[in-house]
Write a protein that binds this ligand. Structure first.
Ligand code: ADP
Length: 869
């Protein structure tokens, strides 16, 4: 394209576009944001808006499309949702004063991870921007929700590559960022190993920041509070290398282009402060997302979240994802929940107040960038007033924990009373011509508004009076920018014009006049409205500035309100669902009486959830091997033990009659042959990688939930592996383990190890049908009841009957074949009755035509693998 031929405006457009190649450029022209060339083609397709053309000075017209500026946000949100960035290019000088073409500049780049429009953001989810820095064995991560101003930092050293990506995968899953920044050389590896395509991925802005000083570089953009907190944070945590943090702040500065006054604090997210749940366990236990829904529906979070505010829902999600391991902190939450479950009226009262509380956590970004509207400030005022009510109520309770909690609610009277002094009680959202400032706040403003209103009335009066005096019915008082106020008379009435009118302008069909009185009034009137609005804006800006200095205190209040909301939600749910307060022990056991699965029971309508007891410890009840028919409730039982344990760590009441829990360091949940096709890995491979991870990371303080592990391969293979895993846990890891399996052969391990106990789920047979009793009992079953389950599932009777015939034959033929994995096989095939027996049995049932050597190899392989694992 020959740029010299372009019109000056198009040249300006392209110059701006050159600086923002990876954003769709919204270029302000009059009342529209216009897009040109490739951006226009793309945006018209993505937004389904009409593509037009505009003369750009070239032979061919330029493709163009546009959206009206006052509805731009809905279009921007659509583009952000699709993973694009949008650069907003506005006029930065008054077009009236511009010499030549109006100056335009990009005032903000809106990106998926910095999007703040509360109308389009999901209210119960944080919108995180994650910055990742990886170098050799070291990783640091910083993530921030720009809409609330939160920033968190994590770092880890001395990791192998595999560990590093494992760690990263778990963190990315937990943080669930909408946008990611990463050092360029890691991008491909990241994409490959995380299969992350739903988060917008950026390479770091290349400018080298490594040696620069963070505070020096960006100091102008941040509040003093942030600078102080940042310095303390870096010193306290001994952090030297924090490239991800620098890059994240740099990105915010470059995209937002304004002061970031609502970023005031930074926290260290220390993995060791929380009960670690890896991505796979979180998914299979449905902690924050249902397995089938991929949304909150059907998850533990869904059951627990009865928050009254979005701030509360976001906070509760953090609690649920990161259960505590500090007993003192857990007990603090439990004490509060118990206080509220004992006083439901109080719970109700506080909940009603919180329902009136506004999402002030997401208001702060608007205070920071000055876009907050008067109605939102009044909401801030009422939220502060409501939190004061909360404080008073908590103070007045005869309860130590609630009195202590009341101290959390800091005094923000200065802010609410300032808003109350300045703004009317129900101000409009849009200021424009409306009055938003209270009467008597400013005498000058009152006077200007009075003149402007009176003036308007005076003009109407004047027009009426003049019509009567002159008899000219169509006489009109009008106003334009050049003449100011004037009287207009159509040609046919010119002879009735009185002598005191002074002719000013002649048009085709009419003449325009002044009068002395009108001129006098004009002096007062002209500009009084404008001056009133200017003064009003000035007062409003002062108010915004005042509040802008107090953002940090507002954030502290928001934090405390969301804590309270989460506690109230947990109390409410525990009351609704009959949960009890967990107890804790240091003796390594978990005892649950009449435990229930919180999610399954919430979905049961008429059916009754059958509660079950659990006792599991690090001695004689360490590993439970659970056999039983399909669909009997094995998975439900195991997951309920994990979920009750997790809930206790969250500091929530739990679904059981009583429980006593020893704190655990990690909970691993692995489901055999889980379908991980989305990640492009064979299911058995995934299964084994997950087992490897457990072997590596589980300790005697962990809780392991293993469901059908070993299933993803052939029977003998799988059995051997399952056997070896259980032995390894019993001998080396010594972690509390629930292991559900179809390999009935494994129940013999109970005899070998004191720490192993067999459990099964009771079923009853009535005539030809099985009935699931859902009760966990000691013992085992050597029947999978597969055919019975098939029958229950509605498979045709003919097939069921045939299957029974086939089973009878197979069972008869199979009798006597069993492999003792704990035996060493001797290679001398002719003298080994074990092997000969095995071969004969196989031959009898025509399964395999094999020679003794092959049979030896099969058996040897099984034993070897079981030992290797
Ligand atoms: P398994 O793992 O033995 O195949 P599941 O744990 O998947 O069986 O249970 C199958 C279904 O049985 C569950 O989806 C649930 O609806 C029901 N169920 C399981 N446990 C119970 C229980 N304790 N009380 C009532 N229903 C249950």
């Amino acid at each position: 394209m020959n740029r010299e031929k372009l019109t000056p405006m198009m040249q300006q457009y392209l110059a701006v576009k050159d600086e923002n190649p990876d954003s769709i450029l919204f270029f302000r022209l009059g009342d529209f944001y216009e897009m040109f060339f490739d951006d226009a083609l793309l945006a018209s397709r993505e937004l389904e808006i009409t593509l037009t053309k505009r003369d750009a000075g070239l032979e061919e017209k330029a493709p163009m499309c546009g959206v009206p500026y006052h509805v731009a946000s809905s279009y921007i949100s659509k583009l952000i949702d699709k993973g694009y960035k949008v650069a907003i290019c506005d006029q930065v000088e008054d077009p009236k004063l511009a010499k030549g073409i109006v100056k335009r500049e990009v005032t903000q780049i809106i990106t998926p991870g910095t999007f703040t429009d509360t109308e389009y953001l999901k209210s119960d989810l944080n919108n995180y921007l994650l910055s990742i820095f990886i170098q050799a064995y070291y990783i640091n991560l910083t993530y921030s929700d720009y809409s609330t101003g939160e920033i968190y930092f994590i770092e880890k050293t001395f990791l192998s590559k595999a560990e590093l990506y494992h760690f990263l995968r778990d963190q990315v899953d937990r943080i669930s960022p909408n946008e990611i920044l990463i050092n360029e050389e890691e991008i491909e590896k990241f994409k490959k190993s995380l299969k992350k395509d739903n988060a917008f991925l950026n390479a770091y802005i290349s400018e080298n920041l490594k040696k620069s000083n963070l505070i020096k570089d960006f100091g102008d953009y941040f509040s003093d509070t942030f600078k102080d907190n940042l310095k303390n944070f870096l010193d306290k945590n001994n952090i030297n290398d924090y490239i991800s943090l620098k890059k994240l702040l740099q990105y915010l500065v470059i995209t937002q282009k304004i002061n970031l006054k609502h970023i005031n604090n930074i926290s260290y997210y220390n993995n060791f402060d929380f009960l670690f749940l890896d991505e796979s366990s979180k998914r299979t236990l449905e902690i924050v997302k249902g397995l089938n829904t991929f949304t909150k529906k059907g998850s533990l979070l869904d059951v627990l979240d009865k928050c009254s505010t979005s701030m509360g829902s976001r906070k509760l999600k953090k609690w649920v994802e990161s259960p505590l391991i500090n007993l003192e902190k857990i007990e603090r939450r439990l004490n509060l929940i118990e206080s509220f479950t004992k006083d439901l009226l109080l719970l109700d009262k506080l909940e009603n107040i919180l329902k009136e509380v506004y999402d002030i956590e997401r208001l702060v970004v608007k205070i920071s960038n000055g876009t907050i509207n008067p109605r939102e400030l009044v909401s801030l005022k009422s939220t502060i007033e409501n939190s004061k009510k909360v404080k008073k109520i908590l103070e007045s309770q005869d309860n130590f924990y609630l009195n202590l909690l009341s101290k959390d609610f800091i005094d923000l009277d200065d802010i609410s009373s300032e808003i109350d002094n300045v703004l009317i009680d129900n101000p409009p959202v849009i200021i424009e011509e409306n009055r938003i400032i209270k009467e008597e706040y400013s005498k000058d403003l009152d006077e200007l508004f009075r003149i402007s209103i009176e003036g308007k009335n005076w003009l109407l009066d004047f027009e009426e009076r003049e019509r009567k005096r002159t008899g000219i019915k169509k006489l009109k008082v009008k106003h334009n920018k050049i003449l100011g106020y004037f009287i207009e008379v159509t040609k046919s009435f010119l002879d009735q014009v009185p002598e005191d009118y002074i002719r000013k302008q002649t048009l085709v069909g009419s003449e325009r006049f002044f009068s002395v009185k009108l001129k006098e009034m004009e002096g007062k009137l002209l500009g009084s409205k404008e001056r009133a609005l200017n003064l009003q804006a000035e007062i409003y800006n002062k108010l915004k500035d005042f509040i802008g200095k107090e953002i940090y205190r507002i954030q502290i209040l928001a934090d405390k309100l969301s804590d309270l909301d989460s506690i109230l939600s947990l109390a409410k749910v525990s009351n609704l669902n009959n949960y009890t307060r967990p107890k804790f022990n240091n003796d390594g056991f978990i005892e649950i009486k009449e435990g229930r699965h919180p999610i399954v029971e919430s979905y049961m309508k008429d059916d009754f959830f059958v509660p079950n007891d659990t006792f599991i410890d690090t001695k004689n009840n360490m590993i439970h091997i659970i056999t039983g028919p399909n669909m009997a409730g094995k998975s439900t039982y195991m997951r309920q033990v994990a979920l009750i344990t997790i809930m206790a760590h969250i500091g929530s009441f739990v679904p059981c009659d009583s429980c006593n829990i020893s704190l655990v360091d990690r909970i691993f949940t692995r489901i055999g042959a889980s379908d991980n096709l989305a990640k492009g890995q064979s299911t058995f491979m995934v299964e084994m990688q997950e087992v490897a991870d457990i072997i590596e990371n589980a300790s005697s303080n962990s809780l392991l939930i293993l469901d059908e592990v070993g299933r993803g391969t052939s029977t003998f293979d799988g059995l051997a592996i399952a056997n070896a895993i259980i032995e390894y846990i019993a001998e080396n890891i010594k972690a509390k383990t629930l292991f559900a399996t179809h390999y009935h052969e494994l129940v013999h391990l109970e005899e070998k190890y004191d720490s192993i106990e067999n459990l099964t789920i009771a079923v009853d047979r009535q005539d030809d049908d099985i009935i699931f009793l859902r009760k966990i009992i000691q013992g085992f079953t050597n029947n999978s009841y597969g055919i019975d389950v098939a029958k229950l599932a509605g498979i045709d009777n003919k097939i069921i009957d045939r299957a029974k015939e086939v089973l009878a034959v197979i069972e008869k033929e199979n009798e006597g074949i069993s492999i003792d994995l704990n035996k060493e096989f001797v290679k001398d095939e002719h003298e080994n009755p074990e092997i000969m027996n095995f071969i004969n049995k196989l031959k009898e049932i025509n399964i395999l035509e094999i020679n003794p050597m092959q049979a030896f190899n099969i058996l040897d392989e099984i034993v070897k693998r079981s030992k290797e694992l």
